[in-house]
Design a protein. Structure first.
Length: 640
């Protein structure tokens, strides 16, 4: 992972320099400048498939007000209401109805209630849009044009000075941000103080006054109550938790600076003597030099200066958001729980800054179906009727990761075993808070037939529900000998997974993958993987397999599904560790467990001979596939 991240950081600098060059010339030219439901669906009188609603859901406590009890029906009625769906649409909802009692099994997963509430609102809007589209298609035929107008754009730019008036600018991000997305702005800190702020905000939740702030980037050129020197303050804000702990640059504790995506939270050069400024004083006259010697404070390096043009880029990484200014890395900010980049819907820039241009690029966008020449080849093949599949692979994905899913479809989902139906692959995707993203996702699901929608908004802390869904699909929708979980940024050598399972020759009690037997819970509250003693009191976890690629046998998947139905499945927010915990409990109940280690599941990148390579961008997935086709060897990109 470190080599990969170092390449990434180097690439980030090159990218920033490239943006700087492009935008510089832009200024010169224009200075303003993814089987039907069992038991929960039935035919209605018009012979359409219809969803049976949930009866008498229980009451739950409102998380915002412990003294107020609200009906869960208010939370899930939109998710489990009567709808008419086509057979194709039902294919995307084959695990959905198995989660109708989510509310009563939300304990142990942070933000679960909120995610279900938000999904209810998102689903209602999506269904209204789908019905409107159906009416338009049957009427004036304008549905296609509507879809074209709403397609998520790859980039957006603003170069009109009038849009930047009044010291405040709002920039809509239609479909959220993904890894690799960036927001670049060009402007001059000015005004009385030259202080300004950049906020990456989410969508306002009904009942809350303001939207959550995924990143608050506050530049204070004349210091604040803590320091008189220039400082950058980074933070987050939510209605429920208010402001989080500040991260300051320069840091008051230089030895405590951590790294995010292998880049420092605060660059060591910020706050140090500005060598460039000191060097330039050699050209001043003698009187000015002597004046400096008589007590003038040496100037410290700070990336923003009042009255000086700056080109700054916020770039979305794996672990957090990076800021570069004039091509130099300045700060990093690790994502905080429930505040993830896909949530961003707006960029707000305010304060004493004269903006010239703002550019958002690398945004998530779905492919125009009219230009997909190999569309039929990319569609999921029909599941074999009355025949078990050898392997079912469930892929974790988030709603706006369009490009990653397309790259998977074009690469390892093209293995003969997948195209023949011996191996089935499905993406498991939660709903998005953004209506446009959900519309694109719904259309993608209908088109390719390989998406399973989840009835909750896709927070990272809820991915364990997807693991349960994969077990449900692998045993209920298809009857698979083995069930595998992977991610949409993983390359899976399907042929080698099948060969390895065949060599292992274990069909019961199997956990296959990169087994970790010595892991301890992270007790640092600032860690993305923080686990409190209340969540897991023991000093070590039971053996578990790393999430980028592990396989369980059918009996384990079936047992997890049964425990889920009975409400006896312990929810734990780290899904791969959760699988290890569930398997350990099954072992205590008498199921003999066979841990089969596969060291060729690489969790931090790619190595030659891989079975699974993780952290692969879409272009790298395509590269790995090409190398396999050309050389018949598992070589990484960059290897001859």
């Amino acid at each position: 992972m470190k080599m990969k991240l170092k390449r990434w950081s180097g690439g980030a600098v090159i990218f920033s320099l490239f943006i700087l060059l492009v935008l510089r010339y832009g200024i010169i030219e224009n200075p303003l400048a993814e089987r039907s439901f069992r038991g929960s669906f039935s035919r209605n009188t018009s012979d359409h498939l219809q969803w049976v609603a949930v009866a008498d859901p229980p009451s739950v406590q409102n998380p915002e007000n412990g003294s107020q009890v609200i009906s869960a029906d208010n939370l899930v009625s939109n998710l489990f209401s009567f709808r008419n769906f086509s057979q194709g649409e039902l294919l995307a909802l084959q695990t959905w109805n198995h989660f109708e009692h989510l509310i009563t099994h939300a304990q142990g997963l942070p933000h679960a209630i909120e995610a279900i509430k938000e999904a209810g609102a998102a689903w209602k809007k999506l269904m209204v849009s789908v019905e409107d589209e159906s009416l338009s298609a049957s009427g004036n035929g304008s549905a296609h044009q509507k879809a074209k107008e709403k397609q998520c754009p790859y980039s957006i730019k603003r170069m009109n000075a009038s849009e930047f008036d009044n010291g405040s600018f709002k920039f809509n991000i239609p479909c959220g941000l993904v890894q690799g997305s960036s927001v670049t702005f060009i402007g001059t800190p000015d005004g009385l103080l030259g202080n300004f702020r950049i906020d990456l905000t989410g969508t306002t939740v009904p009942g809350e006054p303001d939207p959550p702030v995924v990143l608050h980037y506050n530049v204070r050129l004349h210091g604040d109550k803590i320091t008189e020197d220039p400082v950058i303050v980074q933070n987050t804000w939510t209605a429920g938790n208010d402001w989080g702990p500040e991260e300051r640059c320069p840091s008051p504790d230089p030895k405590g600076i951590k790294k995010v995506d292998d880049l420092e939270q605060c660059s060591a050069m910020v706050g140090k003597d500005d060598k460039r400024v000191l060097a330039s004083t050699r050209h001043l006259n003698a009187s000015k030099r002597s004046s400096n010697k008589e007590g003038a404070k040496p100037r410290q390096y700070f990336p923003f200066k009042q009255g000086y043009l700056a080109i700054a880029t916020l770039r979305v990484g794996v672990e957090g958001i990076q800021m570069t200014v004039d091509g130099k890395h300045i700060t990093s900010f690790a994502y905080r729980e429930s505040l993830e980049p896909w949530l961003v819907s707006e960029v707000r820039i305010s304060g004493d800054i004269n903006l010239i241009s703002v550019l958002a690029s690398g945004l998530p966008t779905s492919e125009d179906l009219e230009h997909v020449i190999d569309l039929e080849l990319l569609k999921s093949p029909p599941l074999p009727m009355h025949k078990a599949v050898d392997l079912f692979i469930g892929v974790f994905s988030t709603a706006n990761n369009f490009k990653r899913r397309m790259a998977v479809r074009r690469t390892w989902m093209q293995y003969d075993a997948v195209r023949s139906g011996a191996v089935a692959v499905r993406f498991f995707v939660g709903l998005h808070k953004n209506e446009m993203v959900n519309e694109e996702l719904w259309n993608e699901a209908r088109t390719y037939g390989d998406i399973q929608l989840m009835p909750f908004v896709d927070y990272y802390s809820l991915i364990t529900w997807k693991t349960v869904a994969i077990c449900i699909y692998g045993t209920n929708s298809v009857s698979a000998k083995y069930v595998m979980k992977t991610d949409d940024d993983s390359f899976v050598r399907v042929d080698e997974v099948l060969a390895s399972l065949d060599r292992a020759n274990v069909t019961k009690g199997l956990l296959y993958g990169r087994i970790n037997s010595d892991a301890q819970p992270h007790r640092n509250p600032e860690s993305k993987w923080f686990i409190s003693p209340e969540e897991w009191p023991e000093e070590k976890y039971p053996p578990w397999a790393h999430g980028p690629g592990y396989v369980v046998s059918k009996d384990i998947a079936e047992a997890i599904y049964e425990l889920h139905k009975e409400g006896h499945l312990k929810m734990f927010k780290l899904e791969d560790v959760a699988m290890g915990i569930w398997i350990a409990e099954l072992n205590k109940k008498g199921l003999a467990i066979n841990y089969v280690k596969e060291e060729r599941v690489y969790i931090e990148g790619c190595e030659s001979g891989y079975v699974v390579a993780h952290y692969q961008e879409p272009r790298e997935l395509l590269c790995l596939w090409d190398k396999l086709q050309d050389t018949k060897r598992a070589l990484c990109c960059g290897e001859p």
